[in-house]
Design a protein. Structure first.
Length: 338
């Protein structure tokens, strides 16, 4: 088990009520601005999905906040507007909840609470979906005043039957916020569990109709019970460790553990926080030192428990001595669920 995760288990922080990780958008390992952004993870644990002709940017917002007890909000901005959403067009911000965290909600009532703000008033939607998308629950909420923070709550019961649900380390539940929807993923049936994959209400406003429209989200919480309680303030270090279960960026600058003048250098002592599953590993800017810095031409990775093993070849394949061989570069370990 990874050292950081072991340390987390020793910390006495009490029972954590919020199933949403990084609901106050404190952790942004991938960067704080995405311009433009088509689809993918942004703030840790948050995935933005779209299929549209418009273009959008995403930013970590530090000045437009709902109250003094939060540091950041999530900001979406329309760069190129889309007059209407048709077919499978959609704009959705979502978080996938791991089965181990989701299982507590089965057969029980839960409440989603959040702060939201938009330059476009109207009807918006939240969706709760199974990991494979064969069961959906759509709820509406209304933004009454443009450019004004509003607090929203949605209460539902996870009393569905049927469907495919992961209650272990896979994708147990998706919670999503819609900004625009075409007919393919829209439904007029609200407030009940449906068979099929739906993202929003057919009443969903087209937030993306005009250039410069904005949408903000903050303090997202999903908890057991029929009433929302105050947002759970998790210590920043603990929240960061929770995010590392799914994604980790690691920069190294260190000696090689073993070398070969013909093959480059081999290094096998990189540790990382234990993931929910074996991570996919990629790298950027990896170089080897052998009288000079040489760019890596290939890197083969292997993972076991909390260690990353890799074999790297460079552009020269010569000039190495064990005492002088160095490796530097950035490694990305990804075990996200969406």
């Amino acid at each position: 088990m990874g050292t950081l995760y072991s340390d987390l288990n020793k910390v006495k922080v009490g029972k954590q009520k919020n199933a949403i990780i990084n609901g106050n958008f404190l952790v942004w390992q991938r960067g704080a601005s995405f311009n433009p952004h088509t689809a993918g993870f942004t703030s840790d644990r948050w995935y933005y999905s779209r299929n549209s002709t418009g273009s959008f940017r995403i930013d970590r917002e530090a000045s437009i906040l709902p109250h003094s007890n939060t540091i950041y909000s999530y900001k979406l901005t329309t760069i190129t507007g889309q007059a209407s959403f048709t077919g499978d067009n959609h704009s959705t911000l979502q978080q996938g909840i791991e089965g181990f965290d989701y299982v507590q909600f089965i057969g029980k009532t839960a409440t989603l609470s959040f702060w939201v703000r938009s330059s476009v008033a109207g009807t918006y939607s939240c969706a709760f979906r199974s990991g494979v998308g064969d069961r959906s629950y759509i709820a509406e909420y209304t933004i009454h005043s443009a450019n004004t923070w509003e607090y929203k709550t949605i209460t539902l019961k996870f009393d569905y039957s049927g469907g495919t649900w992961d209650i272990q380390s896979g994708l147990g539940l998706r919670v999503s916020f819609s900004q625009g929807i075409g007919s393919t993923y829209a439904t007029s049936t609200l407030g009940q569990w449906l068979s099929g994959n739906y993202l929003a209400s057919s009443n969903q406003v087209n937030w993306a109709a005009s250039n410069g429209n904005t949408f903000y989200l903050s303090d997202v919480q999903l908890e057991l019970g029929s009433e929302a309680t105050s947002f759970e303030q998790i210590p920043p270090g603990i929240q960061f460790l929770k995010c590392l279960r799914y994604y980790e960026v690691k920069y190294i600058y260190t000696n090689a553990a073993s070398i070969s003048a013909s093959l480059g250098a081999y290094y096998n002592i990189i540790t990382y926080n234990t993931k929910r599953a074996a991570p996919t590993v990629t790298s950027l800017g990896v170089e080897l030192w052998g009288a000079a810095w040489y760019a890596a031409t290939s890197a083969t990775f292997g993972v076991w428990d909390d260690r990353l093993y890799f074999n790297i070849r460079d552009t020269v394949n010569s000039g190495y001595t064990l005492s002088a061989a160095l490796i530097r570069g950035t490694f990305y370990m990804d075990a996200e669920i969406m």
